[in-house]
Design a protein around this ligand. Structure first.
Ligand SMILES: O=C(O)CCC(=O)C(=O)O
Length: 248
């Protein structure tokens, strides 16, 4: 664990175990820039403060069923009951994929919002975006300045608790262009975001993504590194991740 002191706000910021990789604090965008072989990561664990992060988490799970977003134990819901909840801002859905001729539900809920003409295919699913709404646009604008790019869509993943996860994959679909910039925003429970080299699966870097953390993947990263958020059975609180993308 490397500790870095940002003189501006005197907050010691903890960097994940990136020992051996070259990194620096970039004051103009208030992000760590971590240069790893064949890729670059920008990272700030305290990008959004707690109040702002609470506000967005509540918005992302706001519903007309009077279920308090931060106090509800979402895992207790039967699937049918969760599917019947009317979320007012985000179009949450539970996708399934075919595995060995069987439909298997993904271990998380997802939503896709963005410009209307930008469908997106991942894990064999083609998603048509739901429209933007004010909260998402606010976050998008901020991340665009930090990443110095324009995004036209966002994939949201909702991990009801630590049993939900996403397996190893890359975001290297053709419609994302050659070296995609992916802006990841995190609210709720802290989960470990891991990247591993495709040609050497033992080389793994782990980034704790906590309430308010932003991590941006760029450069050739998607062609040389996979990423995942593994199960963490001890975690019983909810987490939402947003990955802003540009569909070409
Ligand atoms: O939840 C996360 O931090 C990662 C999500 C992810 O891997 C993706 O959207 O491709």
């Amino acid at each position: 664990m490397n500790l870095f002191c940002n003189d501006d706000n005197f907050l010691p910021i903890a960097l994940p175990s990136t020992t051996g990789y070259d990194y620096r604090w970039v004051e103009s965008i208030k992000m760590f820039e971590i240069n790893i072989p064949n890729g670059k990561v920008l990272y700030n664990p305290t990008y959004f403060d707690k109040l702002t992060s609470d506000y967005y988490l509540k918005h992302l799970l706001a519903n007309s069923n009077n279920l308090e977003p931060l106090k509800t134990d979402w895992r207790l819901f039967e699937k049918e009951k969760l599917d019947a909840i009317n979320f007012v801002n985000i179009g949450w859905h539970h996708d399934s994929i075919k595995m060995y001729c069987k439909d298997v539900f993904l271990p998380r809920y997802s939503a896709w919002h963005g410009d209307s003409d930008k469908p997106y295919t991942y894990s064999g699913l083609t998603l048509s975006p739901k429209p933007w709404y004010t909260g998402l646009l606010e976050i998008k604008k901020k991340i665009e300045i930090t990443a110095n790019t324009e995004f036209n869509s966002v994939l949201l993943n909702w991990y009801r608790d630590g049993a939900d996860y996403i397996g190893w994959h890359t975001d290297a679909e053709r419609e994302l262009g050659k070296n995609p910039i992916i802006g990841s925003v995190n609210f709720g429970a802290t989960r470990n975001f891991q990247i591993r080299r495709i040609d050497n699966n033992a080389e793994i870097i782990s980034f704790p993504l906590s309430h308010g953390t932003v991590l941006i993947m760029m450069g050739e990263l998607q062609h040389f590194w996979q990423h995942a958020v593994p199960k963490e059975k001890k975690i019983n609180t909810t987490r939402i991740n947003l990955t802003f993308r540009t569909i070409k």
